[in-house]
Write a protein that binds this ligand. Structure first.
Ligand SMILES: [Zn+2]
Length: 76
């Protein structure tokens, strides 16, 4: 009797779920409870840097709005 040994080709490569590799664009941390919007788009900054960036942006916009409203151009 000869037993043909069937090699089990059951070694399918495990499908690894593509998890988005998030790295903070500012401090390069990969661990953050939440991800914030940054200059590069949604969820590119960690919670800490995102908050910081948002404040800066608000400050910028606020300054711009203030400047444009007080600085009225006179039509020539
Ligand atoms: Zn960060």
């Amino acid at each position: 009797m000869t037993r043909s040994r069937k090699r089990s080709k059951d070694s399918k490569p495990k499908q690894i779920r593509a998890t988005p590799k998030r790295v903070c664009a500012s401090c390069h941390t990969r661990k953050s409870p939440k991800w914030r919007r940054g200059p590069d788009g949604e969820k590119t900054l960690c919670l800490h840097c995102g908050d910081h960036w948002e404040k800066l942006e608000r400050h910028k916009k606020g300054a711009e709005a203030e400047g444009s409203s007080t600085n009225i151009k006179a039509p020539e």
